[in-house]
Design a protein around this ligand. Structure first.
Ligand code: G1P
Length: 297
């Protein structure tokens, strides 16, 4: 099988949970320590072998595209001033062998519709979907969860849906999967028997929520074309995955790492603390500041 090398990042969402911060800055561009949240997701993609990143964007959020574009004026100014470290930091945003492509989702018809907007760029190859609100943290682990999902897909040809357990009273915020007799251990996959978008807690088939990392075949585009609006009156990726499950087996991959929901204020703060205390230059000062702060409480 050809190496899976493409990922779709739907970034057209309005970010209402993050207002007022996201009023004139896309929520994906809000800084976590010293880089925009979306850079963490792109770094995660690259670490998993992705070389083509397809942003599905909206006209109101050009800052995302500009961030991944070359800023020639800025680069030549830094070059003239001999600021080589800063210049390198800019060039590291997207390594030379990675392409960032942007397509538009003109109408807010849901996640499934957003994924479908990337169809022409993805073609008939399998691909990853990465929801940029969620940061997946595999700090200290030899391999990222996404890399493991891609390896599993390449070995088996079976679609992979990353899941994590959430408290039962929060299942109505997520896609939720139903498993067969076997429950996957962390870092492993087991066959799914169902998936449902935002179920009522009393009707949920489990408390395993869909995290926002998927490895899917191009067949999903055909199914999305015929997917009627579902939960929230939006075309749901979850519903197309349920359809795909009627044709082929799909596995739930239980993540090893942890997640921060950077589309929410609380998740964003937690991510800032975690990434702050381990930052190579800022971490030790930040840890001291935190200690002082806490000892004053
Ligand atoms: C989307 C998906 C849902 C998934 C969630 C993860 O929902 O539709 O299945 O569990 O992302 O964050 P949204 O958060 O866009 O409502």
């Amino acid at each position: 099988m050809e190496k899976l090398s493409k990922a779709v990042l739907p970034v057209a969402g309005l970010g209402t949970r993050f207002l007022p911060a996201s009023k004139s800055i896309p929520k994906e561009m809000v800084t976590v320590v010293d880089k925009p949240a979306i850079q963490y997701v792109v770094d995660e993609a690259i670490a998993a072998g992705i070389r083509e990143i397809v942003l599905v964007n909206h006209a109101s959020k050009p800052a995302i595209e500009n961030y991944f574009d070359v800023n020639y004026e800025l680069e030549s100014t830094l070059e003239k001033k001999g600021k080589t470290a800063l210049l390198q930091a800019l060039r590291d945003i997207v390594p030379d062998d990675v392409r960032v492509i942007s397509v538009r989702q003109g109408r807010p018809l849901g996640l499934g519709h957003a994924v479908m907007c990337a169809r022409e760029v993805i073609g008939d190859q399998p691909f990853a979907v990465m929801l940029p609100d969620v940061l997946v943290d595999n700090y200290g682990q030899d391999e990222t969860d996404l890399a493991r999902m891609i390896t599993r897909y390449q070995e088996t040809g079976v679609s992979q849906i990353m899941v994590e357990a959430v408290p039962q009273d929060r299942v109505d915020q997520y896609g939720v999967v139903a498993l067969g007799d076997e429950f996957p251990e962390a870092g492993h996959s087991k066959p799914m028997v169902g998936i449902v978008e935002k179920p009522k807690p009393e009707e949920a088939p489990s408390n395993l929520s869909v995290v926002g990392r998927y490895v899917l075949p191009a067949r999903i585009f055909e199914l999305l074309k015929n997917t009627a609006p579902g939960a929230g009156n939006e075309i749901q990726l979850t519903d197309a995955i349920a359809e795909l499950m009627n044709e082929q087996s799909i596995e739930a991959y239980q993540m090893r790492g942890s997640t921060y929901d950077c589309g929410s204020k609380a998740g964003y703060l937690e991510a800032t603390l975690q990434y702050g205390i381990r930052h190579p230059e800022l971490g030790s000062g930040f840890r001291n500041a935190m200690r002082n702060l806490l000892s004053d409480q």
